[in-house]
Structures are given as structure tokens and as C-alpha cells.
Design a protein around this ligand. Structure first.
Ligand code: NDP
Ligand code: 8X3
Length: 251
């Protein structure tokens, strides 16, 4: 039987590429995000090959997250795979210059939003004694870099939540694992630098960064392992990257 995957942050980057890859591999998909036009466009594209449903919500909106998931139509209401991907960095400043609104956004979206979506879905997985949760962390979940302060903190929290979820859901037969990418060429830096596309483009200049499709392939590999195999924690960087601060660039 076809499995159903719910992907947060499916309107761009890693989430969008994952939706395309899973659709091609015969999964039913629930696409989530705030930008309704992008959700609709992706639904139109992928409906040619599989069943697609869209949920438009901001992961910070607790009430809407719970209502949307509770009101899923019957054919999408059994969620086999949850991909907690929605998130972004907002700003890149030394802590003393950090913008409080940026801090709120990162903690509220990357940490609390991930928790709300998970809380809305975990009970049905427990009831069925099955399910697979993939949390998208980052190399920033494993190390801190200058001016990365609160973004790194939010991703370290994702790392801790991933480990805690795996322990707490272990008695219920639910697989939990995280994927921690290094630099991936998506809209991530445009969001971080608030629409400054020149500054964003410079982040990926002089080397071959990961592409969102690279992470999508890995997610597909992870979810298609036999049930007894749980990929618990996976770090992936481009060959040019050795750490958050060491990237071999030819500029
Ligand atoms: P993008 O900016 O391309 O995509 C981010 C996605 O998150 C969008 O679909 C966006 O949808 C969604 N999103 C952001 N804020 C919210 C919100 N408040 N409510 C609901 N959805 C939201 O970036 P990436 O694809 O790169 O990022 C995806 C994940 O990967 C993030 O968790 C990021 O931290 C992580 N990551 C990225 C890396 C990179 O270098 N790119 C490396 C390591 C990890 P919409 O705006 O429509 O709501
Ligand atoms: C995104 C990768 O290096 O910008 O999580 O923190 S990085």
C-alpha cells in the first residue's frame, strides 16, 4: 500500500525537492507551507503522478497546525512519514547586534513549530505502533560558528529533540532520525539576508554546494529502508565543505 508523507516547508528548497522525489517513488504527499500559490503549483505538477493534498499554515500558528491536521480528508489522514523540514535562519549578526524579532522567528519556527506539528501527528503513530519521523537539523546542530548564535541554538535544539523523540517513541515502534545538511543552495540564504540576493549568491560562490535534490535522495533512501533499519543521525556536506567554517573555495 502507498505510504503517506507529510512534508513541512514543501514550497521551496529541500522540502520541495523531497516532495518531487517521493512523488516519483509512489508516496502520497501532504505538502505544507505558507505560500498558497506555490503549494497549488506543486500540487498541479505532482498530481500527474500521485495523490497530493495541501495544507497552508504557518508552523507558529498552534491552533491552525492542530486544526489542519485533525481535519485532513480520510484518504490523507494516516500519516506514515513526517518530515519536519520547515525552517530558516533569520539574520547573521554577532549576538550583541542580534535582532530580537529574528531570534523569535528562529526559535518559534525551527523549534516550537517543529514541536507543534510533531505533537499533532505523534498520537496517531502511537495508536498504530508505527511511523517514521525525520527531523531536518543542520551542521549548525552539531557545531556553532561566528554570528550563527541563535540559528545554531535552534538547530542544536532540533538535535536534542530528535534524540529525545527517538527515546520516548522507542516503546511504540516509531522510527525517528535526523538529517543534518551542510550548505545547500536553496532560498535559505535569501531568507537569512532578507532578500539581499547578491549577498545570498556569494555564500555559494567558488565551490559546488549541495543541491536540494541531494538531500531529497537521502531522505528517500532513509524512508525506504526496511522497518528494522533506522538511520538515526546523518551529517552530509558537499565535498568542498569540511566544517561550518572550512570550505574549499576557488574564487
Ligand atoms: P528554503 O528557504 O528554500 O525553504 C524553507 C521552507 O520552510 C519553505 O518551504 C518555507 O515555506 C518553510 N517555512 C519557513 N518558515 C515557515 C513558517 N513559519 N511556517 C511554515 N513553513 C515555513 O530553505 P531550505 O530548503 O534550505 O530549508 C529547509 C530546512 O533545511 C530548514 O529547516 C533549514 O534550516 C534546513 N537546512 C538548510 C540548509 C541550507 O544550507 N540550505 C542546511 C542545513 C539545514 P513558506 O515560506 O511557504 O512557508
Ligand atoms: C544551514 C547551513 O552553514 O548556513 O543550516 O548554518 S549553515
Amino acid at each position: 500500500m502507498k505510504k503517506t508523507a507529510l512534508i513541512t516547508g514543501a514550497t521551496s528548497g529541500i522540502g520541495q525537492a523531497t516532495a518531487r522525489t517521493l512523488a516519483k517513488n509512489n508516496y502520497k504527499i501532504i505538502l505544507c507551507g505558507r505560500r498558497a500559490n506555490r503549494l497549488e503549483a506543486l500540487k498541479t505538477e505532482l498530481s500527474e503522478i500521485t495523490e497530493i493534498h495541501t495544507l497552508e499554515f504557518d508552523v507558529r500558528d498552534k491552533k491552525k497546525v492542530f486544526e489542519s491536521i485533525a481535519l485532513l480528508p480520510k484518504e490523507f489522514s494516516t500519516i506514515d512519514i513526517l518530515i519536519n523540514n520547515a525552517g530558516n535562519a533569520h539574520g547573521m549578526d554577532p549576538i550583541q547586534n542580534g535582532d530580537i524579532d529574528d531570534w523569535d522567528a528562529m526559535i518559534d519556527i525551527n523549534v516550537k513549530g517543529l514541536l507543534y506539528v510533531s505533537k499533532a501527528i505523534i498520537p496517531q503513530m502511537i495508536a498504530r505502533e508505527s511511523g517514521h519521523i525525520i527531523n531536518i537539523g543542520s551542521t549548525a546542530a552539531k557545531e556553532v560558528y561566528p554570528n550563527g548564535n541563535v540559528y545554531c541554538a535552534s538547530k542544536h535544539a532540533v538535535d536534542a529533540i530528535n534524540q529525545g523523540m527517538r527515546m520516548d517513541l522507542n516503546p511504540h515502534g516509531i522510527r525517528v532520525g535526523a538529517i543534518h545538511p551542510g550548505m545547500v543552495a536553496t532560498e535559505f540564504s535569501e531568507v537569512r539576508f532578507k532578500g539581499d540576493t547578491d549577498r545570498a549568491a556569494k555564500v555559494y560562490q567558488g565551490f559546488q554546494p549541495l543541491q536540494p535534490e541531494d538531500i531529497a535522495d537521502i531522505i528517500h533512501f532513509v524512508v525506504s529502508r526496511p522497518y528494522h533499519v533506522n538511520i538515526a543521525d546523518l551529517i552530509v556536506m558537499s565535498t568542498a565543505q569540511a566544517s561550518s567554517t572550512i570550505v574549499k573555495k576557488n574564487l
